[in-house]
Design a protein around this ligand. Structure first.
Ligand SMILES: Nc1ncnc2c1ncn2[C@@H]1O[C@H](COP(=O)(O)OP(=O)(O)OP(=O)(O)O)[C@@H](O)[C@H]1O
Length: 627
């Protein structure tokens, strides 16, 4: 072993003379990550007991911190839910919005004045008179899909919080119901945005695991069609069946189930979007097969949200989110249709009227709610009353020639809101309510921000914990290995000293010539390299650079005293050489007198044992002794 300077550098020549490890003293802190695995191979077979106990303490502290953060997250989430619920209660669990479609190129030349927006009021001018309709929110012609979604978002959260939710698009044909719900590729509507948001939101709020499944159906002339069902195999002579056998069932708890309806699990947004596109196509296909009926059917999409956390084992709490593109409401009035078209129009109007009756009854808190009147209201029964939230977006056209239908839609909205225009709340109460809502919204935002902070802290603590656990596991393995190696080393060094020189006990070595048997240092190197590989594999498995850095810093933290001690030990055994920095005289082991193992250990080490074999053993033993 060549010691140039205690403070500078140590060179450890290996058996083949090629692998010379230069370790800077560590005082200057100039060890690099690349050096660490080698250093670890030399040094990490023992972690100081105090370091290990520190590590264990740190791990238990982190575990405690994680428990605390999780419970903080839970509390904050509950607080946020409570606040959201209060806000929605203030706003009303049944809300009615109005969206005015912009003028289309086909009616650009027409008069666009009959509909005027005044805050949350739509004023309709007809035959020289004005009539105002109040809404919870009005979206004017230049409102974007984003503007609409911002107002829809809280109700989605409510669905994630466990409430049943219904979002309806209502209005005359061509007023933009499908545009609002589906949108276009560059202007996605509520459904694709909601799907994205659900997955995003569920990923952020990981306190309870949430899974989603999707169903889509169409209500046509009072019959149901499963839009996600596999294509039926049909013989050529069989007529195309528009509707499947779906039965609406209500259990004792009032939960509605549609027997036979396809329900697909959706694990991410792309899968959800795939099924959604498939459902829409099925609807579109049926419209071409059966003579353009899409606008005269109701298209319903149901997302079932299952909350697995918190509930007793095996019982997931479920909530339903319905997004409904209702059939156009004008055909009967406008076209004076006959035959099938008349029947379709009648069916739509009847079910829309039934929906209006149900919503109005709920709004007025009537004891009897007429759910059973139509298939549409039967299906939505458990998602319209009690703790459910309802959002109706009424679509109107800005064109004068559609004024008749516009007034019809407004009347429907007014009925759904359950408040007569002249009985609207006084302005002061409205303002007070707005103020309260704003306060609650601020409080909710704060709770949400705190939740996000706690979530970030939790993520950091969890990743740190996993790193520390890995380091601890490696350290524990290494300590066990070191114990084994220390035992082996004792035997090996005894063999090195005794075996070749002990002419009375050569029996075990007889089968192989001496130069073919593994030397102690090669065995040690093999074992060290195995540990190094094992360690490297662990680090790689952990997949984090920081864990490597952590190991590095750990190695560094106890490397310096070790090396110093080794050097001190070496200078104790080689006082002359250490002082003069002169290599010892080369001696051949065979030339040595047979010695006992203990005397061999005490003897000054010479480079004759392939320059450093005993030194290496001694070096390692000294380091472990130090620790
Ligand atoms: N807010 C809007 N901005 C831009 N274009 C719109 C908007 N609303 C509707 N449109 C356009 O108006 C046309 C009719 O809209 P849409 O098909 O959504 O109406 P609809 O009420 O769903 O009709 P139907 O009842 O027949 O299904 C479409 O070309 C659509 O792109």
């Amino acid at each position: 072993m060549l010691i140039t300077s205690v403070e500078e550098e140590i060179s450890i020549p290996f058996e083949n003379g090629n692998e010379v490890l230069k370790i800077s003293d560590g005082i200057n802190g100039n060890l690099t990550i690349q050096e660490i695995p080698i250093i670890s191979a030399l040094t990490n077979n023992v972690v100081p007991e105090n370091t290990q106990s520190d590590l264990s303490e740190l791990i238990s502290n982190l575990e405690e911190e994680i428990i605390g953060l999780k419970s903080k997250q839970k509390d904050l989430d509950e607080k946020r839910r409570g606040l959201l619920n209060k806000i929605l209660d203030f706003k009303g669990s049944i809300r009615v919005f109005c969206r005015i479609r912009p003028l289309l190129w086909s009616n650009i030349s027409k008069n666009d004045d009959p509909v005027v927006v005044d805050l949350d009021k739509v004023v309709v001018k007809s035959a020289g008179s004005k009539k105002g309709f109040d809404f919870d929110k009005v979206f004017c012609q230049n409102s974007t899909q984003e503007d609409v979604f911002v107002e829809v978002e809280p109700i989605l959260r409510s669905a994630l919080d466990g409430h049943n939710v219904c979002i309806f698009a209502y209005g005359q044909t061509g007023t933009g119901k499908t545009f609002t719900m589906d949108g276009m590729n560059d202007q996605p509507g509520i459904v694709p945005r909601a799907l994205k948001e659900l997955f995003h939101y569920a990923s952020l709020h990981s306190t309870a695991s949430v899974t989603f499944s999707m169903s889509m159906l169409e209500v046509y002339m009072g019959n149901l069609k499963d839009l996600l069902a596999p294509k039926p195999t049909r013989r050529a002579y069989e007529p195309v069946s528009r509707c499947n056998q779906l039965n609406v069932q209500v259990d004792a708890k009032g939960v509605v189930e549609i027997e036979g309806l396809t329900e697909v699990p959706i694990s991410d947004f792309s899968k959800a979007n795939w099924w959604y596109t498939k459902g829409r196509r099925a609807r579109a296909t049926s419209s071409t097969n059966v003579n353009d009926v899409s606008s005269r059917s109701h298209c319903l999409m149901r997302i079932t949200i299952s909350h697995h956390g918190g509930a007793p084992e095996g019982q997931a709490r479920t909530s339903k989110l319905w997004m409904v593109d209702l059939g156009g409401s004008e055909r009967l009035l406008k076209t004076g249709a006959t035959g099938l078209t008349l029947d379709e129009g009648r069916a739509i109007n009847l079910s829309l009227s039934a929906l209006g009756d149900v919503i109005a009854s709920l709004r007025r808190k009537r004891t009897h709610v007429p759910y059973r009147n139509r298939k549409l209201t039967q299906i939505l029964r458990d998602s319209l009353g009690n703790e459910s939230k309802v959002l109706m977006i009424v679509h109107i056209s800005p064109v004068e020639e559609d004024l008749g239908e516009t007034i019809c839609s407004m009347s429907f909205a007014k009925r759904a809101r359950g408040i007569e225009s002249n009985q609207e709340l006084p302005q002061e109460i409205k303002q007070l309510r707005q103020k309260k809502i704003a306060e609650l919204s601020d409080e909710m935002r704060e709770a949400e921000e705190e939740y996000q902070k706690a979530r970030d802290q939790l993520q950091k603590a969890e990743s740190l914990l996993s790193e520390k656990k890995q380091v601890n596991a490696v350290a524990c393995d290494s300590t066990e290995d070191e114990e084994k190696i220390t035992d082996n080393t004792k035997i090996d060094s005894k063999e090195i000293v005794d075996t070749p020189c002990d002419s009375e006990k050569p029996t075990k070595r007889k089968s192989l010539p001496h130069y073919m048997t593994p030397t102690a240092i090669s065995r040690l190197r093999h074992s060290a390299s195995e540990r190094q590989n094992h360690y490297a594999a662990r680090v790689l498995r952990s997949g984090t650079r920081s864990s490597m850095q952590l190991s590095a810093s750990q190695s560094l933290s106890f490397l310096e005293p070790r090396l110093k001690a080794v050097l001190q030990s070496a200078s104790r055994h080689h006082p002359d050489k250490a002082a003069k920095n002169v290599p010892t005289e080369t001696q051949n082991c065979n030339n040595l007198e047979p010695k006992s193992a203990s005397s061999a250990r005490n003897k000054p080490v010479t480079p004759s044992l392939v320059n450093s074999k005993p030194t290496y053993i001694r070096h390692r033993r000294r380091m472990s002794n130090l620790i």
